[in-house]
Ligand binder design. Structure first.
Ligand code: SAH
Length: 359
């Protein structure tokens, strides 16, 4: 028997790679296509289930390959039907995934890394730093596991859970290819959203992939000075560079950009901030999503009051900016990503925060 590390992570192989692997062990390519269908369309959990493969091949796969994914360890159900899953990975680490039910279908928000190294001062996921990036199979399996659990199709996927997707670029791009591939779940690229804190070189690379996905930018501030106080990544890339990369993305994909703006009381929620944000975005095909801050113990800030958020929205609208206030799903179950994982680690991830004087 081989150790898990020596085994081939077969769920991370794309349609072409799986056929190449199968041919390399002396089988016909169509066997690879059968296995791909079992893994990515029928969502099999073991080789044993693949009953149209010869017994001998199933045994060989079991010896050579691992099925690295995730397992549900805990589910929290919100009054509004939102479900938050604590997922256990094969090495004992945890991530979170969230299922939100809308009239237009089921949306799943997935994690892309265990922890995060971006350090946004209001965010729970970054406490304890980055442990490791997820493999393509582990991202796919968050969706597959939830599909199996609910028995319902997932139609929208959002890369907005724990981690910075563009800090795990190659595995994320492969994930999008496989998720939207006609031989797998075949989710429409138009129904995939990737959220980034603004890693400019990777944003430009992503434009070159020519996906029809939505790019969401966590902006949170209308100028660099304020943004640096909230997000360390702002020391590396300026808003000007981010906006330029967005224009490039728009030019190539023609997909409207989303800007996320988490509203922190007394920090970024004044009408002056709304005016500055309007000037920044007025000539771009974009949409602003205002997110009432989900306060995290030990992290920066309180949420802005409802009136403040409404006035901010009205000011943007007056300036002809498309804007919505994000519907809060699952607030009663700590839906701000990272909080459930932190709890599962016995709160030890909370140690050491606030050293940066974030309060
Ligand atoms: N790293 C990626 C995606 C994960 S975070 C990114 O930065 O975009 C998903 C979104 O939630 C981001 O806009 C993030 O800034 C925001 N967010 C994180 N913690 C939050 C909190 N406590 N309250 C409100 N929004 C938060």
């Amino acid at each position: 028997m081989k150790d898990a590390e020596e085994k081939i992570n077969i769920k991370s192989l794309d349609y072409k790679e799986i056929q190449e692997y199968i041919v390399s062990i002396g089988q016909k390519a169509f066997r690879g296509r059968q296995i791909y269908k079992w893994l990515h369309e029928r969502l099999a959990e073991s080789f044993h289930e693949m009953t149209d493969l010869p017994e001998e091949l199933r045994k060989r796969l079991d010896e050579d390959c691992s099925l690295e994914g995730c397992r549900i360890e805990k589910v929290q159900v919100s009054k509004d039907g939102t479900k938050k899953y604590l997922m256990l990975l094969s090495d004992g680490n945890h991530v979170e995934s969230v299922l939100m039910k809308y009239k237009h279908g089921n949306s799943v928000c997935i994690s892309t890394q265990v922890g995060c190294r971006m350090g946004c001062r209001f965010c729970a996921s970054t406490v304890g730093g980055l442990v490791r990036s997820l493999k393509t199979s582990e991202m796919l399996d968050q969706i597959y596991t939830i599909t199996r659990e609910t028995g319902e199709r997932v139609s929208n996927v959002i890369l907005m859970g724990i981690g910075e997707p563009l800090d795990n670029y190659d595995a994320v791009v492969k994930f999008i290819q496989m998720l939207t591939d006609e031989h797998g779940l075949h989710i429409s690229q138009r129904n995939v959203t990737i959220s980034t804190c603004g890693l400019v070189p990777q944003m430009k690379r992503l434009a070159g992939e020519e996906f029809a996905i939505t790019l969401a930018i966590s902006l949170h501030a209308p100028n660099d000075k304020l943004r640096r106080e909230m997000m360390p990544v702002a020391n590396r890339y300026s808003i000007e560079e981010i906006i330029e990369a967005c224009r490039e993305y728009l030019g190539v994909t023609n997909r409207r950009i989303t800007f996320e703006y988490s509203m922190v009381e007394g920090k970024n929620d004044s009408l002056k901030d709304a005016e500055e944000l309007s000037r920044l975005l007025c000539d771009m095909n974009c949409h602003v999503n205002l997110i009432p801050l989900n306060p995290v113990k030990g992290r920066l800030g309180q949420r802005s009051g409802q009136e403040k958020i409404r006035d901010f929205k009205l000011r943007l609208e007056k300036n002809h900016i498309n804007v919505t206030i994000r519907r809060e799903m699952g607030r009663d179950i700590d839906a701000a990503c990272g909080q459930l994982r932190n709890k599962s680690e016995g709160g030890k991830l909370h140690e050491g925060i606030c050293e940066d004087g974030c309060r």
